[in-house]
Write a protein that binds this ligand. Structure first.
Ligand code: SAM
Length: 121
């Protein structure tokens, strides 16, 4: 993602020890466009700052539903299209159930994991 001209490429991780590893990795890259937040995605209060979300199989269904509710609140607050790239699409039904997305298949990763792209408005 850092190869693309995004203004920032931030991370959200609930486990402090994993967030620390991510910060350490980005420090080694001397990358200044990245902030790693230690927070629960169901309570994260900065979704309004983002237009793209990359989800690598992060949550069970109940958490995905709550996370999408926060994202939708942010779109209602700051109207825009949020593009979501989701790998291992176990919670596809929860995302579609928001009634706010269109989606398209994006094939599979080299490891065979399904990828879907959603546009949430
Ligand atoms: C499959 S790993 C993905 C790791 C890494 N982001 C990647 O793309 O390779 C999913 C991560 O989501 C984190 N996670 C699980 N529930 C979360 C929540 N409610 N809020 C934030 N992060 C969460 C887990 O701790 C885990 O590190």
């Amino acid at each position: 993602m850092l190869r693309l001209p995004f203004a920032s490429v931030d991370g959200l991780e609930v486990a402090p020890e994993l967030a620390a590893v991510a910060r350490s990795n980005f420090a080694r890259l001397h990358e200044r466009r990245t902030t790693i937040y230690t927070a629960d995605a169901t309570h994260f209060d900065r979704y309004r700052d983002y237009d793209f979300l990359y989800l690598y199989s992060p949550f069970p269904a109940v958490v995905m539903t709550q996370c999408m509710a926060r994202v939708i609140e942010s779109v209602d607050e700051r109207p825009r299209t949020v593009t979501i790239l989701y790998v291992n699409t176990y919670c596809h039904d929860q995302i579609v159930a928001t009634g706010r997305v269109t989606f398209e298949p994006m094939g599979r990763t080299p490891y065979g994991n399904e990828i879907k792209l959603y546009r949430l408005t």
